[in-house]
Design a protein around this ligand. Structure first.
Ligand code: ASP
Length: 436
């Protein structure tokens, strides 16, 4: 039997109208058995997400200050009344407020958004409600407890004909509540998919899927229909967001695809994230382009560096001992460059440079700030001859100077470093070139 786990984001469940769309989607396909809701999100641009209100409420009430809790309660009350539900959350509201005053913890506070929404949705769908605190577990050090979760959740959901499991939180060994990081309902969706060995993990949001480039920079970029987990990692690392980064891991190793879908446009197929594309799927040369500003490049020069055993290790040690991790390492025969996060480096600059000096006695060290990195990612690049040529020609024709090139050994991506000021210009040039 095919099983779908369907996670719905905050904007998909922001009000009664959105709940109706969600129900229609779920009832349209009987494979949608396990539903993971977020807390009610924004109904309009300047609206406040329930999760954010809960954090504010907790910060006030736990410090003995006032907070008008009814603004949160009313979000749920209006959904209940507009959908004609019978569920009564009044006792929950009172209990939650008391727990805030008694300092039950910020994670507990934030988790109540999903908890209450899950209760509403389960009644609306006629599905059972399974509290995430009974099936998602963390270890004492705060890390996710895979083993216990998959076995308890798998057993609990084994014979279920339909269940709503709120996203974003689980239980600590001492029974307190812990949440994943923000946007973490995506992670719960993937965990449930893995625990029930789902055929598909759906992730319903408010966009048609991943786009080939950031629409704030590129006009009307094309949507991506199929992307591999590896490509997605490369693009999300460079700032492309739709899905929480940690949502990949539970399903990736189990070979379960994720389908990003749009609750407001359910006829769109969305983006399918797969471990391996089907044999008959022919990718374009490029799957997507993403980029980020805010990097610094530290260039270390030393004659005959290539013959000095341990040189690279000592350079990296200078960064490691100061708690700065490196992002890329393009190197030549007598030069080595370390690309790092600008802010992290700047905070430790003097110390790192002194350590490099002491550990490696270089001839010269240069620091360049204001570097932007652009990752051009595509599994089709290996087969498509001339892609690199197109990309660099486009950068050149945009009047942009390339400061660094790093081609991953997998031939899955080419990373180009440019001045932050040239970032948008270069992105537009590359996108246009690879689309033609
Ligand atoms: N409600 C949580 C947040 O706003 C988790 C989620 O929506 O995924 O971050």
């Amino acid at each position: 039997m095919e099983i779908y786990v369907s996670k719905f984001g905050g904007s998909s469940l922001a009000d009664a109208e959105q709940f109706k769309k969600v129900k229609e989607i779920i009832t349209a396909d009987s494979r949608r058995i396990f539903i993971v809701p977020s807390a009610p999100g924004k109904r309009f641009k300047d609206d406040t997400k329930v999760t954010d209100m809960l954090y504010s409420a907790y910060d006030a009430l736990s410090k003995g200050k006032d907070y008008d809790f009814s603004v949160i309660e009313n979000r749920y009350r209006s959904i209940i009344s507009e959908l004609g539900l019978k569920v009564d959350l009044e006792q929950d509201f009172a209990h939650i407020k008391n727990c805030f005053i008694a300092k039950a913890g910020r994670d507990f506070a934030a988790s109540r958004g999903e908890y209450l929404n899950g209760k509403l949705l389960s009644e609306y769908l006629g599905f059972e409600f399974v509290d995430a605190a009974e099936v998602v577990f963390f270890k004492a050090d705060g890390s996710f407890d895979e083993e216990t979760t998959y076995s308890v959740m798998g057993e609990r959901l084994k014979n279920s004909k339909g269940a709503v499991i709120p996203g974003f939180y689980g239980a600590m060994p001492n029974d307190t509540i812990r949440t994943f990081s923000r946007g973490g309902s995506d992670i719960t969706g993937s965990i449930v998919a893995r625990a029930v060995n789902a055929t598909l993990c759906e992730n319903w949001t408010d966009v048609d899927g991943f786009l080939m480039a950031d629409p704030r920079i590129i006009d009307d970029p094309k949507p991506i229909d199929v992307i591999t987990y590896r490509e997605l990692r490369e693009l999300s690392y460079m700032g492309a967001t739709v899905l929480h980064e940690d949502a990949i891991f539970p399903v990736r190793s189990a070979g379960i695809p994720i389908n990003i879908r749009n609750t407001n446009h359910p006829s769109a197929k969305g983006t399918m994230i797969v471990p391996f594309p089907k044999a008959d799927h022919i990718p374009g040369a490029i799957t997507g382009i993403a980029g980020k500003k805010g990097f610094a490049e530290i260039i270390i020069e030393k004659g005959m560096m290539n013959q000095e055993l341990g040189f690279g290790r000592r350079i990296l040690w200078a960064f490691e001992k100061n708690g700065v991790s490196f992002e890329h390492l393009p190197s030549g025969i007598d030069t080595m460059s370390v690309i790092v996060d600008e802010k992290a480096f700047d905070a430790k600059k003097e110390k790192i440079l002194a350590d490099i000096d002491e550990l490696t006695s270089p001839d010269n060290v240069f620091v360049q700030y204001g570097l932007a990195l652009i990752a051009v990612v595509g599994r089709g690049m290996v087969k498509a001859k001339g892609t690199a040529n197109k990309i660099f020609r486009a950068v050149f024709e945009s009047g942009v100077n390339v400061k660094m090139i790093d081609q991953g050994s997998s031939e899955l991506n080419i990373i180009i470093g440019v001045d932050s000021e040239d970032f948008e210009k270069a992105m537009r040039g590359i996108y246009k070139a690879v689309m033609n």
